[in-house]
Design a protein around this ligand. Structure first.
Ligand SMILES: Cc1cc2nc3c(=O)[nH]c(=O)nc-3n(C[C@H](O)[C@H](O)[C@H](O)COP(=O)(O)OP(=O)(O)OC[C@H]3O[C@@H](n4cnc5c(N)ncnc54)[C@H](O)[C@@H]3O)c2cc1C
Length: 502
C-alpha cells in the first residue's frame, strides 16, 4: 500500500522536556520528526518542578549512584549549553549537632563534589553560620553549615527552547493537538489526533515515542502489550514574597526525613517545596491542597524566625512525577522511589514504539541520546549524537559573559534599564537583538502590557515560541504572571486572542 502523505520517521507524543528533547535530537540526526502536545509545550510536569539541574544529593541516601553520576555529569554540560536560562546556585545545608551525622553528610558531599567530574562549580565549604546573614534567620541555633553547589534552570523555557530548535532543524511541532489513538498498520503507524477546534487529523510514522509523562499509560494503544506500572506522585510548591536578602538557597531536612528546598525566586520571591502525595487519576488536575500548604508553612516556621501564614502565599503550583515502579520499591516511602528513567522498546513487524518512564529535567538530554540509541537499528542512516556540544537557541555565549551581555544590551538599547535587560538576557540570551530589532525608543516596542512586557515581545513569543494565550506568556515563556494584576492579564489575553484571530 503506497501512501501519498508524509510518513514521518518518528512521531513523538508529548511536548514535555523528554518529548521535546527527543524531537530535537532526532531531527538533528537527520530524521523526519513530528511532535504532538495536547496543551501548551511544557504545561505538564516539566513546568511544575523545583527547577534544579542537580545531581540529587538526597539520592545518595538510597545509593542511587548511577543516577547521581549521570546527573552530575549533565549538570555542567547543560550549564554551558544554556547559560541564559541556567545558572549556578549555592545551597546551605545546616550541619546537625551530632558528630556522626555531621561526618556522614560531609562524606556524602565529598562524593557529590567528586562523582561527576566537576570543573566549573565551586566545591563544598563548611561555614560558621551563627551570626552570619545565612544563619541569623534560622530558628535553631546551628553553629555551622555546609554550602554546596547545584544549578537553577527555567524549566518551561528549557522545554520550549528544545521545541524551537527542533522546529528550526525541520521538525513538525503541533501544540494543542491530542493524540487520541495510535495503530500499527502493515507498513507504518497510523496516529489520530484531535486539535483545538475538535478537528481530527491522521499522521503516519515508522516509529512512535510515547513521552506523555504522567499520562504515559492513558493512551489506549493496542500497541503496548501491557502497560508498565508507574507511581504517580504529586509534588507541590508555594511561593511567598522574598524571605531573605542573600542569594543562597536552603536544603533542609525535616523531622519526617523529607528534604524541603527554600530558593530565591524571580528576584522578589522565595520558592518553597516540595511535597510528595500519591495522585492516581490524571484526569484530575493536580493542585496544592490546604494540607500541603499547611505542611510547607509549618516546615518553614519550624526552621526560620519569620512567621509564614496562608495569606503570605502569592502563588502555588503542583506537578505529577511519573516514577517507574520497581518490584523492590518501599511502598511506605515515595521519597525512596528512584527518579531514574526507564525506556521500554517494543517492536512488531519492524514498527517500534519506545515508551519513556520517569526521568528528571537534569537527565533529559542524556535520556534523548539513549532513546535514539535504542532506535538506531530501525534507522541505519541516522547520524551520531550531537547535542552535548550544541547550545540551545540564545545560549551561544560563554557563561562568564552573561553580565557583559546584560550591560551591552543596555548600551545598545538605551531605553532599557538593568532590570529589564537582565530579564531579557535570562530569557532569550543572544536572541535579544533579534527580538528588539532596530527599535530606538520604548515606544517603538508598541503597547506596554506592564512589568516591561511589550507588544514586540508578545508578538515574538507568538511567532517564535508557540505562545497561544496570555497564560502561555505569563507562566511558561516568562514568569511575569507573579506580578501581573487580573486586569493586566485580561488585557494581554484579549490582545493575544485578537492578534491570533486576524
Ligand atoms: C514536584 C516536582 C519537582 C521536580 N523537580 C525536579 C528538579 O528540580 N530537577 C529535575 O531534574 N527534575 C525534577 N522533577 C522531575 C521532572 O520535572 C520530570 O521528570 C520531567 O519534567 C518529566 O518530563 P516529561 O516530558 O516526561 O513529562 P511532562 O512534562 O509531563 O510532559 C508530558 C507531556 O505529554 C503531554 N501529553 C500527554 N498525553 C498526551 C496525548 N495523548 N497527546 C499529546 N500530548 C500528550 C502532556 O500534556 C505533557 O505536556 C520534578 C518533578 C516534580 C513533579
Amino acid at each position: 500500500m503506497e501512501k501519498k502523505e508524509t510518513i514521518y520517521d518518528v512521531f513523538v507524543i508529548g511536548g514535555g522536556v523528554n518529548g521535546c528533547g527527543i524531537a530535537r535530537d532526532a531531527t538533528g540526526r537527520g530524521l523526519n520528526v513530528c511532535l504532538a502536545e495536547m496543551n501548551d509545550l511544557g504545561s505538564g510536569t516539566s513546568s511544575t518542578s523545583t527547577k534544579l539541574i542537580h545531581g540529587g544529593l538526597r539520592y545518595l541516601r538510597y545509593f542511587d549512584f548511577r543516577l547521581v553520576r549521570e546527573s552530575l555529569k549533565e549538570r555542567e554540560l547543560l550549564l554551558k549549553n544554556m547559560p541564559h536560562i541556567c545558572w549556578s546556585m549555592r545551597f546551605v545545608l545546616p550541619a546537625p549537632k551530632a558528630l556522626l551525622h555531621k561526618i556522614v553528610i560531609r562524606l556524602g558531599l565529598f562524593i557529590y563534589d567528586n562523582l561527576g567530574g566537576r570543573t566549573i562549580l565551586p566545591g563544598t565549604k563548611t561555614i560558621r553560620v551563627k551570626d552570619s546573614n545565612v544563619g541569623k534567620i534560622l530558628r535553631n541555633k546551628f553553629s555551622s553549615a555546609f554550602v554546596f553547589s547545584d544549578c537553577w534552570v527555567e524549566d518551561a523555557r528549557l522545554v520550549i527552547l528544545n521545541a524551537v530548535d527542533a522546529k528550526k532543524r525541520g521538525a513538525h511541532v503541533l501544540t494543542h493537538t491530542k493524540v487520541t489513538n495510535i495503530k500499527r498498520e502493515e507498513k507504518y503507524w497510523r496516529v489520530t489526533t484531535k486539535g483545538k477546534e475538535g478537528i481530527t487529523q491522521e499522521f503516519f510514522s515508522y516509529s512512535i515515542v510515547n513521552a506523555a509523562g504522567p499520562w504515559v499509560n492513558t493512551l489506549n494503544n493496542n500497541a503496548s502489550k501491557e502497560d508498565t506500572p508507574i507511581h504517580l506522585v504529586k509534588g507541590s510548591h508555594i511561593v511567598v514574597k522574598k524571605m531573605f536578602g542573600h542569594g543562597k538557597a536552603y536544603f533542609l531536612l525535616g523531622k519526617d526525613k523529607r528534604i524541603i528546598f527554600v530558593i530565591p525566586f524571580q528576584e522578589d520571591f522565595t520558592l518553597i517545596g516540595t511535597t510528595e502525595i500519591p495522585h492516581n487519576d490524571m484526569s484530575q488536575e493536580p493542585n496544592c491542597s490546604k494540607e500541603e500548604k499547611k505542611y510547607l508553612i509549618e516546615f518553614i516556621n519550624s526552621y526560620f524566625h519569620s512567621k509564614l501564614e496562608f495569606e503570605n502565599i502569592v502563588w502555588s503550583y503542583s506537578g505529577v512525577r511519573p516514577l517507574y515502579k520497581h518490584l523492590t520499591d518501599n511502598q511506605d516511602s515515595v521519597s525512596s522511589i528512584t527518579r531514574d528513567y526507564m525506556l521500554n522498546m517494543e517492536s512488531i513487524n519492524n514498527l517500534p514504539i519506545l515508551t519513556i518512564y520517569g526521568g528528571k529535567l537534569t537527565t533529559y538530554r542524556k535520556l534523548a541520546e539513549n532513546a535514539l540509541f535504542r532506535m538506531r537499528s530501525y534507522f541505519p542512516k541516522m547520524q551520531g549524537s550531537w547535542t552535548s556540544q550544541e547550545p540551545l537557541p540564545g545560549g551561544n555565549f560563554k557563561l562568564e559573559k552573561k553580565a557583559f551581555l546584560i550591560k551591552e544590551l543596555c548600551e545598545k538599547y538605551s531605553f532599557l534599564d538593568e532590570k529589564w535587560s537582565t530579564r531579557l538576557i535570562k530569557n532569550y540570551g543572544t536572541l535579544c537583538d533579534d527580538l528588539l530589532g532596530d527599535s530606538k525608543t520604548k515606544e517603538d516596542l508598541g503597547i506596554d502590557f506592564g512589568h516591561s512586557l511589550t507588544e514586540t515581545e508578545v508578538k515574538w513569543l507568538i511567532e517564535n515560541e508557540f505562545a497561544n494565550c496570555g497564560e502561555d506568556i505569563l507562566w511558561r515563556r516568562t514568569k511575569l504572571g507573579l506580578r501581573f494584576t487580573k486586569k493586566q492579564e485580561k488585557q494581554l489575553n484579549d490582545w493575544v486572542q485578537n492578534y491570533l484571530s486576524v
